[in-house]
Design a protein around this ligand. Structure first.
Ligand code: ADP
Ligand code: ADP
Length: 229
């Protein structure tokens, strides 16, 4: 069962002087429970790809399917609901809301999805506990360390029990030890809940821990043998 599929995906930025496509005919299929690392040189198009997969930007060719639903066939409202239900996002910089506590930040996606307050609080507390932040529920982002903020962002991405989490350098601004710790938490949640992970990372020692490593090069994804990573 596929949680994400890209078919013949193409993207050309209209503003680009040369109108060179970032991709052309890119294919990707991610199964439920699978973990995939995407690596590639700077400018290869990794962020663009994640934006297209997450429905934050629209492709100029091809289609993205999320949980079997064609994104381009949906209204803005339906696409938003599908994203909120099926996908979680983690970025290099956590994007937690500074004026809210860790608990409130993690509850937010549940409430936005129409969930009830008590249920949202319980689920957010359980997840914060499981990423080792049970003692930081009432702290605001500015009162937490970099690693703690990133782990809170992991909890927030998982709180709606999405089929897949998309991460753009989720550990990119952390030191090696903290990065390994946050990455480990994500793998733990993958094992516990079967959440698929599609993570862009430049850190090959972390990429190697995932089921598959794909290199984005010349507009296509190339499978890498673990010995090459
Ligand atoms: P990566 O994440 O692998 O570094 P990006 O997806 O950020 O690569 O960028 C891929 C290419 O698309 C680059 O050549 C970049 O300059 C170009 N690009 C990215 N975003 C835009 C944009 N909004 N407008 C025009 N060109 C862009
Ligand atoms: P981590 O490995 O999670 O990034 P650090 O080694 O950076 O943690 O920090 C260790 C402890 O110091 C954390 O538990 C955190 O609560 C506290 N701490 C770090 N930075 C800050 C900060 N800016 N404000 C408040 N507490 C902080």
């Amino acid at each position: 069962q596929e949680v994400i599929r890209a078919e013949g995906l193409g993207k050309t930025y209209a503003e680009g002087k040369m109108h060179t496509p970032v991709f052309d005919g890119l294919e990707l299929s991610v199964s439920r429970g699978e973990t995939v690392a995407i690596i590639g040189a700077s400018g290869a198009g990794k962020s663009t790809l994640l934006h297209l997969l997450g429905g934050l930007d629209v492709p100029t060719a091809g289609e993205v399917f999320v949980a079997g639903q064609k994104m381009s066939g949906l209204s803005d409202t339906a696409r938003g609901a599908l994203r909120n239900r099926e996908l979680g996002f983690i970025y290099q910089f956590h994007h937690l809301l500074p004026e809210f506590t860790a608990l409130e930040n993690v509850m937010m996606p549940v409430l936005l999805g129409g969930g009830e307050l008590d249920a949202a609080r319980k689920r957010a507390m359980d997840l914060l506990e499981s990423v080792g932040l049970g003692h930081r529920l009432a702290h605001k982002p500015g009162e937490m360390s970099g690693g703690e903020r990133q782990r809170a962002a992991v909890a927030r991405a998982l709180v709606n029990q999405p089929g897949c989490v998309l991460g753009d350098e989720p550990t990119g601004n952390l030191d090696d030890r903290t990065a390994a710790n946050v990455f480990g938490q994500m793998l733990e949640l993958n094992r516990a809940h079967g959440t698929s992970l599609v993570l862009v990372t430049h850190d090959r020692s972390l990429a190697r821990k995932l089921d598959r490593v794909l290199e984005l090069r010349e507009g296509r994804l190339h499978a890498m043998a673990s010995s090459q990573v």
